[in-house]
Each structure stands twice: as C-alpha cells, then as structure tokens.
Ligand binder design. Structure first.
Ligand code: MG
Length: 124
C-alpha cells in the first residue's frame, strides 16, 4: 500500500522531503551532478518555467482555479522548484528550519507591525 497517498501539508514535515529526494538521487547515482551550482541553476530554470506559464497573460487567482490545465502546470513547476531547492539544501547540509527561524526573526524587526500594517507603511 502506498502510504504517500495520505500525506498532505498538514501531516508532512521537511525531513520527509529531504529523505525522499536524497533517496531518489542516491538510487540513480546523481549526486555528482547535484552540486550547489548546478542545483541553483536548475532551480532558476524551473522557476522560469513557472514564470512562463504567466507570460503575456493577466490571470488572477479565480481564473487559475477555473483552468484545470494551468493549475496542474503550476503545481508541476512548483514541485520542480521545490525539489531542486530541497536538493540544494541537502547538498550543503543546511537545516532549513533554523535558517527559516533566523530569517523570520530579522523580518519581524525589519518589517515591524508598528510601521507596516493595514497594507500601509507608517514610518516611525
Ligand atoms: Mg519543470
């Protein structure tokens, strides 16, 4: 039985993705190609593929949800970007959670609620 069918964002943590992607690459002996430089470039290419879906179109969220094909293609390209991001994280043995916590601490200071609220900027 495939246990992955019951997974979603609410019951899956980052270690699952890190292990799955590492295993996928190890089984194919691709680690020699998954260097930080190659992974950053691959991630940029996949991000461009995501961007291309929106090129010369003015589509909003409602239009995306009404178009099964574009929504499917967006999900595919998001997964591609994410897979390369996680592989990049794996290649440098970075702990994503601590990097995220550190950056969010900085963001809370840089974009304080006193200065940024209601979608407006109130300079102290
Ligand atoms: Mg792609």
């Amino acid at each position: 039985m495939n246990v992955d069918i019951n997974r979603n964002d609410n019951n899956t943590d980052i270690s699952y993705f890190k292990k799955e992607i590492k295993n996928f690459i190890d089984l194919r002996k691709w680690s020699k190609y998954h260097t930080p430089k190659n992974l950053i470039q691959a991630m940029n290419i996949e991000l461009s593929e995501l961007s291309e879906l929106f090129l010369f179109k003015n589509i909003d969220k409602n239009e995306i949800y009404q178009d099964e094909i574009i929504l499917k293609n967006i999900k595919t390209e998001i997964a591609d970007v994410f897979i390369y991001l996680v592989s990049f994280i794996n290649s440098l043995d970075i702990d994503l959670t601590s990097a995220f916590i550190e950056k969010m601490k900085k963001n809370r200071v840089k974009y304080s609620i006193e200065e940024f609220n209601d979608g407006n900027f109130y300079k102290k």
